[in-house]
Ligand binder design. Structure first.
Ligand code: ATP
Ligand code: PAU
Length: 423
């Protein structure tokens, strides 16, 4: 059995090409030490034992399969832990159903018409509750829950007597359906607790989880740069799902929800569908990428003929989102792509403005944006990176996370370890 220390070193080899601590921040002793401490503490809190020290790990914990499920307003996120350290005897004694589920999930990257496994996000060599394995990340629209429940029933999930942990509003909304259709009881966990635990776990494991965008508005120069998150507190989490939740985080266990907004990812997709007839999030983003929002939004220049110098408002700044749409002539010229772009820009800037006010109120400088609204959505990430820096006079930093919308599901999977089952 590999020790946790060895695995951490493996990860360093995998991700960090430069071993000079002066060049590579991830090689600095303070960073490595802090990461090890974070993981060790997390493992200790999950195991209820002392952290691993290189000795063989005893396989305890709830029976497999280990899933964490986040049933949101738009998307269901499913995180599946595939053990890779099972002994031949353990594999032999596995239930047939369990083998089938693993093969089904691993063999495919798509499930039915709308289920997807984000293979590029897969995390190998993870350690949860003393078990080593791979984390798989799967999503499907919440509107497909009835289909998912039928599938779960057909795969005989209930006969594995496993505990299903779920978070998100849907854990409450669908609890009775899950009981009735699949005969499974749910362990429900709070979505924001799960989000915070998930962020800490994934960030501690994946050295390149957190990054920022330098030169966000220059397409040639914009670069994704790893951010050293070893001393992150306090930080703000702006979770952009269907709606937006804003949390101030002071430690792995201490946070508060400081604000929220109903103008979020669901608003973007809803308005875009109304305005352009697009059907999917991917289509809406694609349209927006080809559109020009200046045909839709009224700028300071459109009003002043130039800059509003007294208050340092450059002519390029948007004075009125969708302001041009008051004119029948401009409406006639607006294309679906322009409308999609303006919708994306409007929603993103609104979220950025609220995030900035929250950060100012809380006296926080690091703002971490998460949630699936940012999936395949470079436009919003660049806008947020620019807006946070520009409007705060350089005091705020926008940070992003690779596993965008999966933290709630990961946090929920971690909660499964505390449910008191033993195999
Ligand atoms: N394939 C997709 N289908 C639908 N929405 C998508 C997709 N990919 C990204 N999105 C965006 O992600 C948003 C949902 O994000 P996320 O999964 O983080 O939130 P949620 O958990 O469903 O919502 P909430 O937390 O508010 O209940 C959607 O509103 C949409 O803007
Ligand atoms: C309702 C939730 C928490 C569901 O995840 C989320 O969509 C949200 O935070 N919406 C914004 C609600 C508000 O205005 O504070």
């Amino acid at each position: 059995m590999q020790s946790l220390q060895t695995i951490q070193m493996d990860l360093s080899e995998k991700y960090c090409h430069n071993s000079d601590p002066l060049i590579n921040p991830y090689r600095r002793p303070s960073y490595v030490k802090r990461k090890k401490e974070l993981i060790a503490n997390m493992m200790a809190s999950l195991n209820g034992t002392t952290p691993p020290n290189g000795n063989a790990v005893v396989h305890t914990g709830p029976p497999m399969p280990w899933f964490g499920m986040d049933i949101g307003g738009s998307l269901v996120k499913l995180v599946y832990f595939e053990p890779t350290d099972s002994s031949p005897a353990e594999i032999d004694s596995e239930l047939e159903t369990l083998k089938k589920i693993r093969h089904y999930l691993k063999r495919n990257a798509s499930y039915g018409a709308t289920g997807k496994r984000d293979v590029y996000l897969q995390m190998d060599k993870c350690c949860i509750n003393g078990r080593y394995g791979t984390l798989h990340f799967i999503r499907f629209p919440t509107s497909e829950m009835p289909v998912f429940l039928k599938l779960a029933k057909s795969k005989d999930i209930a006969h594995m007597a496993s505990t299903v942990c779920a978070t998100g509003g849907g854990a409450f909304k669908f609890e009775a359906d899950i009981k009735r259709e699949v005969n499974l009881g749910l362990h429900k966990f709070d979505e924001l607790d799960s989000l915070i635990h998930g962020i800490h776990y994934i960030e501690a494991y994946n050295q390149h989880e957190c990054y920022y965008l330098s030169e966000p508005l220059d397409d040639d120069k914009c670069t994704k740069t790893p951010y050293d998150f070893s001393h992150p507190y306090p930080f703000l989490v702006v979770n952009i799902g269907s709606g937006v939740g804003i949390l101030a985080v002071y430690s792995p266990e201490k946070y508060k929800r400081v604000s929220g907004s109903s103008i979020g990812g669901g608003t973007f997709l809803g308005l875009c569908a109304l305005l352009t007839g697009c059907e999917t999030f991917e289509d809406a983003i694609q349209l927006a990428a080809n559109g020009d929002s200046t045909k839709i939004d009224k700028s300071v220049r459109d009003i002043y003929g130039g800059d509003y110098s007294k208050f340092k408002l450059s002519g390029d700044i948007i004075a009125s989102s969708f302001g041009h749409m008051c004119s029948a002539e401009k409406r006639a010229q607006a294309t679906p792509a322009d409308l999609a772009r303006a919708t994306l820009v409007t929603i993103t800037n609104n979220i950025g403005a609220i995030a900035r006010m929250c950060a100012k109120n809380e006296g926080i400088e690091r703002v971490v944006f998460a949630g699936n609204f940012l999936r395949v959505n470079e436009i919003s990430m660049k806008l947020l990176a620019f807006a946070m820096d520009f409007w705060s006079g350089g005091t705020l930093k926008a940070l992003f996370l690779e596993h965008e919308g999966y933290f709630g599901a990961v946090g929920c999977l971690l909660e499964l370890m505390k449910t008191g089952h033993s195999s």
